[in-house]
Design a protein. Sequence first.
Length: 435
Amino acid sequence: MTKIAIVSPKTLEPYALLMKGGFLWDSSHGSLSIQVSLFTHDPNQEILTFSIETADKLDEFDGIIYQLHGSHLEIPVVFQKELINVNKPRVILIHRPEEVLERSKRGESPYPDISKLSEFLAQFSAVVLLGECHLKAYGEHHPKCVCIPHGFYNLNVIPESEKDIQRVCIVGAVTSFSDMRWISDLFKMHEKYMEKRQETGEGRIVFYASGSFKPFKPIGSEIEMDELKTLKKKAEREEMPVIFFTAQELQDKFSSGTEFNDAPSFKEWIFTASGEGRKVVVVEGFPASEEFKEIQLESLDFNVQLYRELLLDFKPKIEYSGSLHSAPHLNLPVVFYSPSAVDVKKEGMEILKVKFDPPFPQLSSFPALDPKELFFPNEFYPDFEPVLKEIQRLQRERGEYNEKLRRQHEKAQSLGFQFVAYSYIKLFKELKSDK
């Protein structure tokens, strides 16, 4: 039996669970017998206590995967010497390679200084990245750097028929909004859409933001930006194109069976509730009902994942988010064009790219960012007109849209978490033979 351990911070527990599912599938369908154990740090536990207790258990495993996120919300586990001093094949999976390098360059504790990054990484048998764009950069610090793609999931949520985006088209995201994803991007898109709609009279699009909304502080600023709180206050003071719901409210309407009962009827209902697209729909929280979760996923036609890098004045971010890899056969992704966007395009994603590479202003140029205002200065937003034109073109060309979804689905089937698990098993075999 091959025994694999996955050691993670709490922020990466969902990904560890997806990986475990891939390993167990491979075990039940293949010739290998695999046992997977997860060791996840609870933020309420002292990190040193977790490290010592976990290290005592790791000697029994054939391979160990240590996860490093790179997020400022993470309590990293990989910097605990007690935890990684194990004489077994062990790899470090770095989810946000650009962010980790930037924190090392800044000398942010507990990250190693950039001058000592090679020494830190040498403690691992290999470095694993989710895309190819940073392989060269990390190859300067470790001789064994490999790419294992993120993996697609929620592949079982399949519409009963081709999606009809001509009647109603939903553009937005079901995700976590904070420093990495701005709700204000959707409002800027909606603003541009309404301008063009008044000119052309064309449009049956609803902009939809659902999930969690967390405050954040720009680097070097003590001002906390709380987009949801600001949006609600602005809506109280002045006319704002927005309508608010909680996830529980929508779930109750679904449960009653009188408002909507599937994705097509939900889209019709939300179109009417939004004033036929004149208002952005903002939904707080995630539904508890699995059935309604699937309806939300299926209703989303264009998945807006505009990643920004907090550490680099909100330039487009190197990111391989789970939100981008969930149910890829249900919507087309809208992303900033960046090196990681090139990587996910290679995975088979039919991306709609938003070009955004102006001479970025430094955030220090705006020391008086007003927490009462929803938007940053205009320089921090791209021109959304080209991508909106493409969305509306695909809305008219329903057949082409559905063909793109079919191709995405076909590719995703071969790059699920079974493929991820197989790739790690192959890597551990290589590491064992290299000894």
